[in-house]
Design a protein around this ligand. Structure first.
Ligand code: G6P
Length: 597
């Protein structure tokens, strides 16, 4: 979602830092862009709808300016347009903002009553007008920020400049991420460190309700009216940046990253690093809370724990969990799963759980992300930077972490038998051996055209195959815009089967020996109604079934099967989107880091 950059430092560097920073934040998803900077004592603002290149085409990269701010906007209030794009200006204040001002209507009314008029539909313009109003009435920017923050309800990461102070930037933060990058005689500001990590490896994270003044060689951060000292942290190696290499898009490249990531992940956690939680025995219940694909990974986690550890697990959407009655106590472990570690709903749940004193564990990719700092324990996914909006390697490593966690959990409970360890070692070895050659096999599906132009695609499965169906269906929908839904295979006949017509594509994922024959019967029901049936099954399961197409998946073993089974579907989605000539890495309307609820 919205990405923010700010810079104060060398005048010949500003444009480069802003445009590069915005490019690094493109992966978050956006629909318009803009920058503002001081030039010859004036504030200049440039905005464009569409991709960053539109903005780059109109920016004079030789402009010399010591201070600038930039933004990629993902529309919340008002459609994507130049008027609604950031930066927004009111009086002396020009700002970029990520988040949502929930009480914008009452604030807007109050400001309108004071004679202030607005030109955009955005909540950000209201915020800027309020800042300017308070500045005009106090003539002191820090006080104006405090007064503004006391009136706004909602989430915000804000960076702004004030025409009266040409040697500093201002920042305010609550519930949306904001970091400072500390350079030599220069300071960077961004929504995440990828925007500045090629320039500096020193940074500090702003916490909720902090605000301050950022200069070239120092910064003053305040909370509740008092200046506070911030810890400076170091980015470990500058490995946070990745590139496409020879691949045509990041999604394709990231699918091919999976074998290497898994190998490193298993090695890392098999060494001394898996023993994160001192006492698993105290827990009577696990709740897994996440959004999107991370939720689907959580569903696989549930299947693993229930099948192998005989342990009850609940999985909840974070957007629901945050508003429901929570049944968790000192014997509950709440596991939050999030690639970015910045998803607003997941973070809200983690804050709630923390305030209840309930133990929590994060499965997260981004080092030092908000979520990782809110929970008692963290399993890092170690998937490297993921830039395609639709997750692939992130999802795979989340599922792998659940296998690792299950092993560690059962070892502590003394229920991890020699047979299970043999199964683990054997399955892991098999998986790592077959995964790369298999990816190559799934590069060509001759029947892709049969999915396109159909009103709907369906995915069905049972148990972990149902969880995989949900992820496969989401992936297809995300990147190809084909209508697609997933169902528990047995549920199809309770309504949805009415939608099956001649040639309706129905994917059945049936890799689970225990339920194979049941899913097969459901498939036959679809076939009898003219559906176009694609069966994804194991090379070891009964092959005699009459379907339209088959995707054959190597039998790894039930511990690791889900990691293997999702791969053809990730590649299928990529190939459909490619055939439709879509922007695979940046699907319309989607954001990678969903920082508003
Ligand atoms: C967005 C992304 C998905 C992701 C979901 C949760 O919708 O496009 O790929 O699964 O957010 O994100 P998280 O960072 O919490 O895993």
């Amino acid at each position: 979602m919205c990405g923010i950059v700010g810079y104060i430092g060398q005048k010949e560097k500003t444009m480069n830092v802003l445009l590069n920073g915005l490019e690094r934040l493109e992966y978050r998803g956006y629909d318009s862009t803009g920058i503002a900077y001081f030039h010859k004592n004036n504030v200049e603002i440039l905005k464009k709808t569409g991709k960053l290149n539109q903005l780059k085409n109109v920016v004079n990269k030789n402009i010399q300016s010591e201070i600038g701010i930039g933004h990629t906007r993902w529309a919340t209030h008002g459609k994507p347009s130049e008027l609604n794009a950031h930066p927004h200006c009111c009086g002396k204040i020009t700002a970029v903002h990520n988040g949502i001002i929930e009480n914008m209507n009452s604030l807007k009314k109050k400001l309108q009553d004071e004679g202030i008029s607005f030109i955009s539909d955005t909540d950000t313009e209201v915020l800027v007008a309020l800042l300017n109003y308070e500045y005009e009435h106090t003539n002191h920017m820090v006080t104006a920020m405090e007064r503004t923050m006391s009136q706004i309800i909602g989430s915000y990461a804000v960076v702004f400049i004030n025409e009266d102070d040409k040697d500093c930037l201002y920042v305010m933060k609550k519930d949306s991420p904001l970091l400072l990058g500390i350079g030599n005689q220069e300071t960077y500001i961004a929504s995440d460190m990828s925007a500045f990590c090629e320039f500096t490896n020193q940074y500090c994270i702003l916490d909720d309700e902090e605000y301050g003044v950022v200069e070239k060689n120092h910064y003053h951060i305040y909370k509740d009216g008092k200046e506070i000292k911030k810890d400076i942290e170091k980015i470990e190696g500058l490995s946070c940046l990745s590139n496409k290499e020879a691949y045509d898009c990041y999604m394709h490249k990231e699918i091919y990253d999976i074998p290497k990531i898994l190998k490193e992940l298993f090695t890392f956690y098999e060494d001394e690093h898996s023993h994160l939680i001192p006492d698993y025995k105290k827990y009577h219940k696990i709740q897994i809370v996440a959004c999107g694909s991370a939720y689907h990974a959580g569903m696989i986690g549930k299947c693993l724990f229930e099948q192998f550890a005989n342990f009850p697990v609940e999985v909840e959407y974070a957007s629901e969990y945050r508003y429901k009655t929570i049944f968790a106590d000192e014997n509950t472990l709440v596991i939050f799963v999030s690639q970015s570690g910045e998803t607003a709903d997941t973070i809200a749940c983690a804050k709630k759980i923390k305030s209840m004193g309930v133990d929590s564990l994060a499965i997260v990719n981004v080092y030092n992300s908000t979520l990782s700092r809110l929970t008692n324990y963290v399993y890092y996914m170690k998937a490297g930077e993921e830039r395609a909006v639709a997750t692939t390697k992130g999802y795979s490593s989340q599922v792998a972490i659940f296998v690792i966690l299950l092993r560690e959990w059962m070892k502590q409970q003394k229920t991890w038998s020699k047979e299970l360890e043999a199964m683990y070692q054997d399955g892991k070895e098999k998986l790592l051996k077959v995964i790369t050659p298999c990816l190559k096999q799934y590069e060509h599906f001759s029947w892709i055209s049969n999915l396109i132009n159909q009103p709907s695609n369906f995915f069905i499965g049972r148990r972990s195959d149902y969880a995989l169906s949900m992820e496969a269906s989401l992936k297809l929908k995300e990147v190809s815009y084909l209508n697609s839904s997933a169902y528990a295979a047995g549920e199809l006949k309770h309504g949805t089967i009415s939608l099956i017509e001649e040639k309706t594509p129905v994917f059945a994922i049936a890799t689970d020996e225990y339920t194979y024959s049941k899913t097969k019967s459901n498939l036959m029901e679809v076939k009898a109604r003219g559906g176009y049936v694609i069966l994804a099954t194991l090379d070891t399961l009964d092959d005699s079934i009459d379907v339209d197409e088959k995707i054959i998946i190597p039998d790894v073993n039930p511990l690791f099967q889900s990691i293997m089974t999702i791969l053809p579907f990730q590649l299928l989605s990529y190939h459909v989107a490619k055939k439709l000539k879509l922007d695979i890495d940046h699907p319309r309307n989607l954001a990678k880091s969903v920082t508003v609820e």
